[in-house]
Write a protein that binds this ligand. Structure first.
Ligand SMILES: C[S@@+](CC[C@H](N)C(=O)[O-])C[C@H]1O[C@@H](n2cnc3c(N)ncnc32)[C@H](O)[C@@H]1O
Length: 330
């Protein structure tokens, strides 16, 4: 008998947990009949920490307050209080006990960890404390579908994600290659590994006021991402890192051809830089996936502008509440 079922807001069933073992995914009608399918499904549940969430559980990182107010207060704290605190610690370390008693508890009360909500996690709506990806099950299923399909159809080219954070989506890409015995294709892991860039309002007015750069949470080092690949036994010579801002790394990246291009850089600049440098390298028959099309209007604006300029008419298909993709047909 099912102990727990997780549905998205449209009522599609993601999974039923039966004695923590049996899972069904009706949302993408994935069968779990082969060892490959079972391995990849278990991996996705590990990368999201949905596996055993009911007993051990990851948590969600939250600043108190909601939406814009939370971002503004976070930015103020990071811009003023945090450097002040660090300066005081350098110049007057004897104040440390007092600061520790007052400031740290205040900060901890503000940036708190809420218990994991399996629905939010499955839909990719929360900021995980420990999981290697924040994109949820549907978007992971979509990556698996796209990579397996280009392998099945023999569409040539490597795989890339631009904006990897802790690496979970690229770990899954490498796992799909491994599961189906591909030994030629490379997974490119592209990120600054220091968070998002400050918006440049002169060049990209659509990013004006964007505060993503202020979140230390979004800055994960390349060493940490490599350790995450290694944790799953998937760090090898089919994984290549591109370290730096997209505007600097992508135009000269030694990538010949791509079959799956996944964009998850949140901002207009990050999305446009990736499309301009990489879409021309996408094989006909390959897939482009946009993580933030439904959720972040600057990202959507960049995609719409690029499609209009290059007369791309392939229909955009929805993955979930924010992710979309299309298959390149010409
Ligand atoms: C939302 S996170 C990606 C989430 C990830 N795909 C996952 O599976 O959870 C966005 C990432 O994009 C990176 N990023 C955004 N814009 C960038 C840019 N212009 N250059 C380099 N890295 C960028 C950030 O450092 C961050 O790691």
């Amino acid at each position: 008998m099912a102990r727990e079922s997780i549905k998205d807001r449209q009522g599609n069933l993601y999974m039923s947990v039966i004695d923590e073992q049996v899972t069904v995914n009706r949302a993408t009608r994935q069968d779990l009949n082969t060892p490959e399918e079972l391995y990849l499904h278990l991996l996705k549940r590990c990368l999201t920490r949905l596996v055993f969430s009911e007993v051990s559980g990851d948590s969600t990182v939250q600043a108190s307050g909601t939406g814009a107010a939370r971002r503004v207060t976070y930015t103020i704290v990071r811009k003023t209080a945090a450097p002040l605190y660090r300066g005081l610690m350098r110049r007057a370390p004897f104040i440390y006990p007092l600061l520790r008693k007052v400031i740290v508890p205040l900060y901890r009360a503000w940036v708190r960890r809420a218990p994991l909500d399996p629905n939010a996690r499955a839909e990719g709506r929360d900021w995980p404390a420990d999981a290697e990806t924040m994109i949820g099950m549907r978007r992971l299923d979509n990556i698996q579908f796209c990579v397996a399909d280009v392998l099945r159809q023999g569409v040539p080219g490597d795989l890339i994600e631009t904006g990897v954070w802790r690496g979970g989506a690229t770990i899954l890409m490498r796992a799909v290659l491994k599961a189906y015995g591909d030994t030629d294709r490379v997974v490119w892991v592209a990120d600054s590994f220091q968070g998002l860039p400050k918006p440049d309002a002169r060049h990209t007015p659509a990013d004006t006021g964007d505060t993503h750069f202020a979140f230390d949470y979004l800055a994960v080092s390349a060493d940490d991402v490599k350790a995450n690949f290694a944790r799953y036994g998937l760090l090898d010579n089919q994984v290549h890192f591109l370290v730096g801002w997209f505007r600097d790394t992508l135009p000269h990246a030694p990538i010949e051809r791509l079959s799956v291009l996944r964009l998850d850089g949140d901002m207009y600049e990050s999305t446009m830089d990736a499309l301009q440098a990489l879409y021309p390298k996408l094989s006909v028959g390959g897939y482009v996936i946009i993580d933030d099309y439904g959720n972040l209007s600057p990202c959507k604006a960049a995609v719409d502008a690029y499609r209009a300029e290059h007369e791309i008419t392939e229909p955009i298909e929805r993955v979930d509440w924010t992710g979309v993709f299309w298959r390149r047909l010409r």
